[in-house]
Design a protein around this ligand. Structure first.
Ligand code: PLP
Length: 458
C-alpha cells in the first residue's frame, strides 16, 4: 500500500520502529493512527470508533481520558516536575505511594522499589533474587524458573523468565540460568479423563521434577502471573496454586508474583494473589497502578528479602541498583490519584458486580461453532477457537483464524487481544453491562463472519 507523502502513515514508516510488530509487514500496510479516546473507546484519524475490550495493553483501567489525573499531573509538573530518589533523596508522593501499596498488599510486605514498566519491575525482582541468595551465603542458587507461555516483559532478564520462544529467537535468549515449567492450560493440555485437580497435581509434579533434575541447590526462584495474560488469558485450574506453592516452599525458593495484569482489581479482588491464595516474597505491579496514564511500576519485597538487601548494602557500601525515573514525582502523583479514584468509585465493588456479566456474555459465545473453550475471572475473559468443538482440535496455524477474527472484529468496531487462536477480553474496569453486551455482540458478528468464510456456515 502506498501512503500519501507526508501523511502520518508515511512519516511513521520512515521514522518509527514499532514494538511487537512485523516490521516488514508494517512497511506494506502502515499504521492505524489513533487520535483520541473517550470512555472505553478510541477513535482513529478517519473518525472510526473502536470499543477497546483490551484496555490498550491491559492497562487503561479508567478508559482513555481523565480530567482528574490530568490535573494532578499538571499541578505536580508546575510544583516539581522531576526529582529522583537516589542517595537519600525523597519526596512526599514517593513515600505516600509506597505506604499505600504496603497497606493494600495481599501479604505482609516490607518495602517498595519503583520503576517505569512491568519489565523493569520483574528485572529488578530477578536481580534481587540473586542478591538475596548471595547475602544469605547461597550464591550458587541462581536458576529462575518461569512457565512456558508466561510473559514478564521484554528486558533481557524478564524475557528470559518468560516462556515465549518466539520472543527469544535470534536474541540469543533466554540467558543460561532460566528454565520453564509446564503452563496450566487444562483445556488444551489435559490428558483424557483428567480432572482439574489431577491436572494440577501433574503440573506441580512437573515443577518438582524440573527442580530435582536441575538440582535444588541451584534453584533460586519461581516467577508467575496469578492468571496468565499474554499467554492467552489462562485461568489456573482448581488446586493449582496450592500445589505449586508447596513445591516452591519445599525447595526454599523465592516466589515472585507478577501482578502486572492482575493487580488493582482485574480478577475481582485487589490482587490476583488474593483471588488465588498466593503468598509470594515479591510482587511486581504496573499498568492499572496509574490507569495506564503514566509509566510507573512497583516491586514490593517482604522483610526476608529486605533484610538480606540491607546486609548486602551494608557490606558493599551501596545498594547498587536504580533508575533515573524511579518514583518520579509526576508518575507517583498520578498513581496515588488513580488509587483514590478506585476508592471513590468503589472499583472493586464495580468489578464484582459487573464482572459476572462479562463472564456470562463471553460464556454464551461458548455455544458458537468456532469456540471450543471459554474461561475467565473478574473482568478478564478468554475464549479459544477450535476446528473441532467436540475434540477441541486446534486449527492449522496457517489458516490464521485468530488474525482473521481480529480483522473482522475491527471492521465491527471492536478491539480485543488476539493470541494465536485465543481472544482475551480485559476491558477497562469501568465498563458497564451495556458495554459488555455490545462487546459480545460485536465479537459474535466477527466469529460468524469467519465461520462463514471458512465454509462452515452456522
Ligand atoms: N508482566 C506481565 C504479566 C505483562 O503482561 C507485561 C506486559 O504486558 C509485563 C510484565 C511487561 O510490562 P511492560 O510492558 O510495562 O514492561
Amino acid at each position: 500500500m502506498t501512503h500519501i507523502p507526508n501523511s502520518i502513515q508515511a512519516r511513521d514508516i520512515a521514522s518509527l520502529v514499532h514494538p511487537q510488530t512485523n516490521l516488514a509487514l508494517h512497511r506494506d500496510i502502515g499504521p492505524v493512527v489513533m487520535e483520541r479516546g473517550e470512555g472505553i473507546a478510541v477513535y482513529d484519524d478517519a473518525g472510526n470508533r473502536f470499543i477497546d475490550a483490551a484496555a490498550g495493553l491491559w492497562c487503561a483501567s479508567l478508559g482513555y481520558a481523565s480530567e482528574r489525573l490530568a490535573k494532578v499531573a499538571y499541578e505536580q509538573m508546575r510544583r516539581m516536575g522531576y526529582y529522583h530518589l537516589y542517595r537519600h533523596n525523597t519526596h512526599r508522593n514517593g513515600v505516600e505511594l509506597a505506604e499505600r501499596l504496603l497497606k493494600i498488599a495481599p501479604v505482609p510486605m516490607s518495602k517498595v522499589l519503583f520503576q517505569c514498566s512491568g519489565s523493569e519491575a520483574n528485572d529488578t525482582a530477578i536481580k534481587l533474587v540473586w542478591y538475596y541468595h548471595a547475602a544469605i551465603g547461597k550464591p550458587q542458587k541462581r536458576k529462575i524458573i518461569g512457565r512456558k507461555m508466561g510473559y514478564h516483559g521484554s528486558t533481557s532478564a524478564s524475557i528470559s523468565a518468560s516462556g515465549k520462544p518466539d520472543m527469544h529467537a535470534d536474541f540469543g535468549l533466554p540467558f543460561p540460568e532460566f528454565r520453564h515449567t509446564e503452563f496450566p492450560h487444562w483445556y488444551r493440555n489435559r490428558q483424557p479423563g483428567e480432572t482439574e485437580e489431577q491436572f494440577a497435581t501433574r503440573m506441580a509434579d512437573a515443577l518438582e521434577a524440573l527442580i530435582l533434575a536441575e538440582g535444588p541447590d541451584s534453584c533460586a526462584a519461581f516467577i508467575a502471573e496469578p492468571v496468565m495474560g499474554a499467554g492467552g488469558g489462562i485461568v489456573p485450574p482448581r488446586t493449582y496454586w496450592e500445589k505449586m506453592q508447596a513445591v516452591i516452599r519445599k525447595y526454599d525458593m523465592l516466589f515472585i508474583a507478577d501482578e502486572v495484569i492482575c493487580g488493582f482489581g482485574r480478577t475481582g479482588a485487589m490482587w490476583g494473589c488474593e483471588t488465588f491464595g498466593l503468598k509470594p516474597d515479591m510482587i511486581s505491579c504496573a499498568k492499572a497502578l496509574s490507569a495506564g496514564m503514566q509509566p510507573i511500576s512497583a516491586l514490593m519485597v517482604n522483610d526476608r528479602v529486605y533484610q538480606a538487601m540491607l546486609d548486602e548494602s551494608r557490606k558493599l557500601g551501596n545498594f547498587a541498583h536504580g533508575f533515573t525515573y524511579a518514583g518520579h514525582p509526576v508518575t507517583t502523583a498520578v498513581a496515588l490519584e488513580t488509587l483514590n479514584i478506585y476508592e471513590d468509585m468503589d472499583m472493586l465493588g464495580h468489578v464484582r458486580r459487573v464482572g459476572p456479566s462479562l463472564q456470562a456474555a463471553i460464556g454464551a459465545l461458548g455455544a458458537h461453532p468456532l469456540v471450543g473453550d471459554v474461561r475467565g475471572v473478574g473482568m478478564l475473559a478468554a475464549l479459544e477457537m477450535v476446528s473441532d468443538k467436540t475434540t477441541g482440535a486446534a486449527f492449522d496455524p496457517a489458516l490464521k483464524i485468530g488474525a482473521r477474527v481480529e480483522q473482522a472484529a475491527r471492521r465491527h468496531g471492536l478491539i480485543a487481544r488476539f493470541i494465536g487462536d485465543r481472544i482475551a477480553f480485559s476491558p477497562p474496569l469501568i465498563v458497564t453491562e451495556a458495554d459488555i453486551d455490545d462487546i459480545a455482540a460485536r465479537t459474535k458478528l466477527a466469529l460468524d463472519e469467519v465461520w462463514s468464510e471458512i465454509g462452515k456456515p452456522g
